[in-house]
Design a protein around this ligand. Sequence first.
Ligand code: BDR
Ligand code: CA
Length: 311
Amino acid sequence: MTKTPLIIDCDPGVDDAVALLLAFGAREALDILAITTVAGNVAADLTARNARLIRQIAGREDVPVYVGASAPLVRPPIIASHFHGESGLGTLPVFEPDAPVAPGEAAQAIVDIVMNRPAGTVSMAVTGPMTNLALALQREPALAARLGPVIVMGGARREGGNITASAEYNIHADPHAADLVFRSGVKTVVLGLDATHQVRATPDRVAAVKAIDTPAAKAVAQLFDFAVWTEQTHVGGDSPPQHDPCTILYLLAPQHFTAAPVDLQVETQSALTMGHTAVEFRLADPAAATCRWVTDVDHEAVFAVMLEILA
Ligand code: BDR
Ligand code: CA
């Protein structure tokens, strides 16, 4: 099988951590070139520490972790520790990882890695605010044409918002970065809440993960337990959506996702709807669209993929 060269840009984050564990486990399908971290769910030093910690649990210290932006492009940071715990990893025991971060910083690493490889070959999964990618595009505009598809977790249409009435957290946390990325012409596949709310850690699925005796599955089980608690406490319901893992699952099994070409614009003016994603399906020339919006997911099939990898 040909491996997909991949950069994962993330803000771990409980569900980012599940996404990372999946990606690290998919050794035959993904060639993870780098993890880049950004301030988001928790501060930048913690997201970088958490990425290194998950890397160590997975035994993948071969993958470099680059520290990225400590604040959004324009707006002040919005921390989401009520959903991810003070450490960002819920109740997963935290420790100082053995291996350090890589020298250099995230935006430059993205530029260097992508510009030094053949056009269209490096994909990205972006599971946090899009600050690092926006900074990379500002630094090297040719990056937009050179990058392979960018699989984004962000935005909402049918579902409404999860941080405000109309905005999803990742886009709301850095709307100016998201606006820059979507205007850049880079090819994106976007998994908004419309898609990720279909992929939930139900009690049966949590039990299935708990039955797997691997370090990655044990960590995922603990992350799921915390996510169930936050869902019960803050939202109501006992089956938390698995937002960020959807990006990795899309890369591994795109046949289980239904997507359509759209025009996606980000609200950056209104305080009320800041970070809202205006998703337009009525296009004069659908073939020219650079963005695909995921509308439906075969959630049974993608959870089967998840269980297979964790085992
Ligand atoms: C997104 O917000 C973050 O809190 C999660 O990690 C996910 O990336 C969901 O809206
Ligand atoms: Ca995230």
